[in-house]
Design a protein around this ligand. Structure first.
Ligand SMILES: Cc1cc2nc3c(=O)[nH]c(=O)nc-3n(C[C@H](O)[C@H](O)[C@H](O)COP(=O)(O)OP(=O)(O)OC[C@H]3O[C@@H](n4cnc5c(N)ncnc54)[C@H](O)[C@@H]3O)c2cc1C
Length: 418
């Protein structure tokens, strides 16, 4: 089948000659074995050409939605085409939860883990840290299972689609929990600095939203677990006030697209994402970039953004600031460092955004930012290499698993040349 396929944002038209939607893992294996160049496509929510190929693009969306819970090991095994929204509903119906979710439930589990997609929470690793095993279709069409006992596992989980096509993932689960979500206004930048640690510790997941236009952080979203977080937080001390109704993080967008707020308790999967599965997430017409800096330098990095706010604000819809715990996954943006993620939802204008992104990357450079693999960035391989301890190990892994470059593409070949 030949068709023009674009990413969710519409800023990328994939260059693939053919698009496949196999209905079984065996069919997937045959497609991969017969392809010279092939890439997996998740739900296409990445903003750059990471998923692209000039050969065969394979979507796993038509594979059976296999979800299998193993209470003994506390894990769930899901097919590579499953989206978080479907998985979360299934888990909750059986009394289980994942430790965290991204801002939207629309994305595929395999695509999200391949780019170290994250939610927020000082003690919450990114979504890929829940992975306990992956089953890969390798370049020969063979199936290979890697679990935590395998020496290559920590390199393969955030694999950028370069080692093979993930047909199944096994993820850690925990008992289902409830969350109450609160939105506040009026946090001054001075209060943010003074009360940073206390605010971050006031919920399971905390997000700050700012348009970098006024004196205040526009909104703080605090998601509190009802089974462990203290509900009696003295927010008055921070000079903030509770929103008087539901809010959307992007100014002017409808709040009914968002998950329940106003402190109304709900199941974990109906509160941890900001956006509801049955509505358009975020603004819908946008580009995105995100830079993850060490938590220890986060306030200085935010000051650096503040200093160029007049450059940033005109092309910005909203900036979100979140926290992510350190992990051991080689290409995770959180590898061995507790991180603060500084995210930018830009206007949908590549030409206008590009020079601003460049200025932002220069401003943030002293803080060794790791750009989100699935979003727009300009940092080249020479600079980025030095920001990852296991960069060379990952390059070696790619060369060993895929010597002919079957899963390569321009993006991957630029950062990890053979
Ligand atoms: C509105 C919006 C909100 C977002 N919010 C967040 C957020 O809160 N936090 C965050 O961290 N990110 C966020 N993102 C970014 C998004 O989570 C990542 O880009 C993620 O990778 C998208 O998953 P996907 O299934 O669409 O993957 P795709 O974009 O389709 O693919 C991403 C990569 O994964 C690979 N891949 C996909 N499936 C497989 C497979 N089966 N086997 C091997 N490789 C595979 C692809 O080849 C590609 O390299 C957001 C994006 C959008 C559009």
């Amino acid at each position: 089948m030949t068709e023009a396929v674009t990413n969710w944002a519409g800023n990328i038209t994939y260059a693939a000659r053919r698009v496949h939607r196999p209905a079984s893992v065996d069919e997937l294996r045959r497609i991969v074995a017969g392809a010279a160049r092939v890439r997996a496509l998740g739900t296409g929510h990445s903003f750059n050409r990471l998923a692209d190929t000039d050969g065969d693009l394979v979507s796993l969306a038509a594979l059976p939605t296999a979800i299998s819970i193993d209470p003994q090991s506390g894990t769930v095994t899901v097919g590579g085409g499953v989206r978080y929204g479907e998985l979360a509903a299934h888990l909750h119906a059986h009394g289980y939860a994942l430790h965290n979710l991204a801002s939207l439930p629309h994305i595929s589990v395999a695509g999200a883990c391949a780019t170290a997609t994250h939610g927020s929470g000082r003690h919450n690793g990114n979504l890929a840290t829940a992975v306990r095993a992956i089953e890969l279709v390798t370049a020969t069409g063979d199936l290979l299972r890697l679990d935590g006992s395998h020496a290559d596992f920590a390199g393969a989980v955030v694999g950028l689609g370069g080692l093979g096509i993930v047909a199944n993932l096994t993820l850690a689960i925990e008992p289902a929990f409830d969350v109450a979500q609160y939105v506040y206004h009026g946090l001054s930048h001075a209060s943010l600095t003074d009360n940073w640690a206390q605010i971050l510790d006031s919920g399971y997941s905390v997000s700050f939203f700012t348009s970098w236009t006024g004196p205040d952080i526009d909104q703080i979203w605090i998601k509190r677990r009802t089974d462990r977080d203290n509900p009696a937080v003295d927010v008055d001390a921070w000079g903030i006030t509770a929103a008087d109704g539901p809010r959307h993080p992007v100014p002017g967008r409808p709040a009914h697209n968002c998950t329940g707020q106003l402190g109304v308790t709900g199941a974990w999967h109906t509160r941890l994402p900001h956006f509801r599965l049955d509505f358009t997430p975020s603004s819908g017409a946008e580009l995105q970039s995100e830079y993850l800096v060490p938590a220890t330098t986060a306030l200085a990095a935010l000051d650096a953004v503040d200093r160029i706010r007049d450059v940033v604000a005109p092309v910005l819809q909203i900036c979100e600031i979140r926290t992510v715990a350190a992990d051991e996954l080689w290409l995770s943006m959180n590898h061995r460092r507790d991180s603060v993620a500084i995210h930018f939802t830009w206007i949908a204008d590549t030409a206008a955004v590009a020079p601003v992104m460049d200025a932002l990357e220069q401003a943030l450079a002293p803080y060794s930012p790791r750009p989100h693999w699935g979003k727009l960035f300009g940092v080249g391989p020479d600079e980025l290499r030095g920001r990852y301890e296991r960069w060379a190990d990952f390059a070696e892994l790619l060369a060993r698993y895929d010597p002919a470059g079957t899963f390569g593409n321009d993006f991957l070949d630029r950062y990890f040349p053979r």
